[in-house]
Design a protein around this ligand. Structure first.
Ligand code: ZN
Length: 203
């Protein structure tokens, strides 16, 4: 399976990092070794500099497809979860400034945290999903999918022109504003439409 991520998919987050608001989705990949799930603790890698939380909605792809048309895109994901796209921000900035790929800053072990998945049929309108991240009980990030620059369907259409999507692939759909560094001892909690769907500790 592969992990596909969308960068700068909420305009407020693109602006907070002084990035242009994109006209096409910004896509990158993480290796499957980055996955951290079942509420396991995230061990902060001490050689990477500051590591930022990015709360994101994650789509689980449920069937294989390529060159998917907009009309059918919604049929290609069946479950929604919350995840954290951990990002070694200092390293990413250094690589970006040199025009180099970001993978080292995005694909390290534990950088793709996954919470519980929910069938999308239980969640109502995909364009009205509310997400929140609390760190040590304090709200750090909040967003709503009505503010996505590229909808889930638009991402699937775009990505499938380049990569064949396979059942079990994951798509991290971008983070709203409020990203920031984590410290050992932090407790991260993610809420999707008011329900806690992600919980783990940083060590
Ligand atoms: Zn992200």
């Amino acid at each position: 399976m592969k992990i596909i991520c969308v960068g700068r998919n909420y305009a407020d987050h693109a602006r907070e990092l002084n990035n242009e608001v994109p006209t096409e989705p910004v896509i990158f990949l993480k290796p499957d070794s980055a996955i951290l799930k079942d509420g396991k603790a995230f061990y902060l890698p001490d050689h990477l500099g500051s590591v930022h939380h990015e709360l994101e909605i994650v789509l689980r792809i449920c069937k294989n497809g390529k060159h998917i048309s907009p009309k059918f895109a919604a049929d290609y994901y069946d479950q929604i979860g919350l995840g954290i796209d951990f990002t070694a921000r200092d390293l990413q900035t250094k690589l970006k400034n040199k025009g180099l790929p970001w993978e080292l800053a995005k694909g390290f072990d534990g950088s793709a945290v996954l919470g519980d998945f929910v069938p999308k049929s239980q969640l109502g309108d995909m364009a009205q999903l509310q997400i929140e991240l609390l760190v040590n009980g304090e709200k750090r990030q909040a967003g709503n999918t009505r503010d996505l620059l590229f909808s889930f369907e638009a991402i699937i259409v775009f990505v499938s022109q380049y990569f064949t999507l396979r059942q079990g692939d994951l798509i991290y759909t971008g983070t709203p504003a409020g990203v920031g560094p984590v410290q050992p001892g932090d407790i991260l909690e993610g809420y999707l439409n008011g329900e806690k769907r992600l919980y783990f500790q940083v060590k």
